[in-house]
Design a protein around this ligand. Structure first.
Ligand code: ADP
Ligand code: MG
Length: 477
């Protein structure tokens, strides 16, 4: 990217639509399921047939409240409205959505970096059906004909509108990952971006550092992976900066991310506000969850990712990046349980960070893991040996001591190691001279020789210590 970030500031605000993991749709009993035969999960209401009336799905409301609480939002009295527009995948000719009075107001979430991102609102609405344009590269203008599938029409959505607090593609990605982790943790969504359970609209603008006003934004649709999100932000920011540098004005637009071409393309201008003729849905009453219901939902919330990261840092001394990775892999409970069994904290974190990426690691016996971290820490096993034992422990389970025995790994007693080191120094006087003179390259030479002589049983760090001990004091000054 060739943007001069010392001059320009990128500003991003995301609207994330998440399909709520209910059994049925938002206002009827048709199933909410992904991937069925087209037009099988439908009923009269889905199709907007005359006489059908909406009945609000209690589970959808409960999930919306869970997300609201997890995002530190206010839970408010809300009203469903009709948003009127025609589109073939929406047979009612309107979408029922919360407009000026959303269920969840003002909240925030914390990124692994510690930065707090504002959430403006999170409101309930219906999903639309799905059109497939056949021929002409899948675009409606050039298509020969279009197919429509109403299975998705009426599926409950929660639209989470974030504040424009994000400042880079990486930060936008971190926000979506965090939001996804929260949605999954509270059971609101399966978090599958590839199945459309989570859809991101990305608003991007640019301004110079120090400018008081935000720049004019463009909204990018059709981003369906975290990777695309980062790419789309970078591309769009650069496009806008190039325009400004060329003396042009940024027009507020809705743009489409084209993954293959790696660029955004104009869909429509958004200079005037769309007039959807919103009015309160006459077939539904206001939604006012009781305090007692809200309290019950709050009491049942699981511990959330940010709290899990903080807890891990406090208990183990992990840094924020380590904690983020370990919690993302779901290994924090294992680490905490191992610490309860007296595991060495620093080794526990190091192994969770570097040597436990295999999903099978989630099934590790914490007591055995703890035992291994101590064999590692007290020098019973070298770091290479520890890795071998750990890999086997993950795959097959068992006791680390027994696994070490089957490999013939045994503690080098220090006297044995001392004499190996002394002998090697005697055999290589020239190299030893250089070592004493502080040549940093030569240290590896000796460690390597010791490893060879001991068939990898010595611990590299211990050897380095023994070598350092033997440097005459005069040489150290
Ligand atoms: P719309 O109806 O146009 O989708 P919303 O209010 O639903 O508008 O969403 C606006 C989104 O755009 C929010 O996520 C907000 O953070 C973001 N946003 C607003 N202004 C800017 C800006 N100047 N630059 C980047 N993002 C912005
Ligand atoms: Mg919007």
């Amino acid at each position: 990217m060739s943007i001069d970030l010392s001059v320009w500031e990128i500003v991003i605000g995301l609207e994330v639509h998440t399909e709520l993991a209910t059994r049925t749709k938002l206002f009827c009993s048709a199933p909410n399921e992904f991937g069925g035969e087209p037009n099988t999960n439908i009923d009269p209401l889905t199709l907007g047939l005359p006489g059908s009336l909406p009945v609000l799905n209690e589970q959808a409301v409960e999930l919306a409240i869970r997300v609201g609480l997890a995002l530190n939002c206010t839970i408010d009295r809300s009203v469903f409205s009709r948003k009127n527009y025609f589109y073939p995948d929406q047979p009612t000719n309107y979408q029922i959505s919360q407009f000026d009075l959303p269920i969840n107001g003002e909240g925030w979430l914390e990124l692994p970096s510690g930065k707090v991102i504002g959430v403006e609102r999170a409101h309930l609405e219906e999903d639309t059906g799905k059109s497939t344009h056949v021929g002409g590269g899948g675009r409606i203008h050039d298509a020969t004909y279009s197919l429509v599938d109403y299975n998705r029409a009426g599926v409950p959505l929660l639209e989470i509108v974030g504040r424009p607090d994000l400042r880079s593609g990486d930060e936008a990605r971190a926000y979506v990952s965090e939001l996804r982790a929260i949605l999954v943790a509270v059971g609101a969504s399966d978090g599958k971006m590839e199945e459309g359970s989570l859809r991101v609209d990305c608003n991007v603008s640019v301004r110079k550092h120090g400018d008081a006003e935000l720049g004019t934004r463009c909204e990018i649709k059709n981003i369906n992976s975290l990777r695309s999100l980062g790419r789309a932000v970078d591309y769009e920011a650069e496009r806008q900066i190039d325009m400004i540098l060329a003396g042009e004005r940024i027009e507020q637009q809705t743009r489409h991310w084209n993954e293959d071409e790696g660029r955004t393309l104009k869909l429509r201008s958004k200079e005037q506000a769309d007039d959807y003729r919103y009015f309160p849905e006459p077939d539904l009453v206001d939604l006012a969850p009781s305090q007692e219901w809200i309290d019950r939902v709050r009491a049942a919330l699981p511990i959330l990712p940010a709290a899990r990261r903080h807890r891990l840092c406090e208990r183990s001394g992990a840094d924020t990046a380590q904690a983020a990775l370990i919690v993302e892999r779901g290994l924090d409970d294992l680490c905490l349980a191992a610490l309860d069994f007296g595991a060495d904290p620093s080794r526990t974190i190091t192994h969770a960070e570097h040597n436990l990426s295999d999903p099978k690691a989630l099934e590790l016996d914490p007591e055995m893991f703890a035992k291994l971290t101590n064999m590692d820490a007290d020098g019973t096993l070298s770091s290479t040996q520890t890795k071998t034992v750990l890999a086997e422990l993950v795959q097959l389970g068992g006791d680390p001591g027994a696994i070490a025995d089957t490999h013939g790994f045994k503690a080098m007693d220090s006297g044995e190691l001392d004499s190996v080191v002394d002998q090697l120094i005697a055999e290589n006087p020239e190299q030893w001279q250089r070592f004493c003179e502080g040549d940093p390259k030569i240290s590896g030479f000796f460690v390597g020789k010791v490893m060879k002589a001991t068939q990898g049983q010595a611990d590299g760090k211990v050897v380095a210590g023994l070598l350092a001990d033997r440097v005459p004091n005069a040489a150290k000054e």
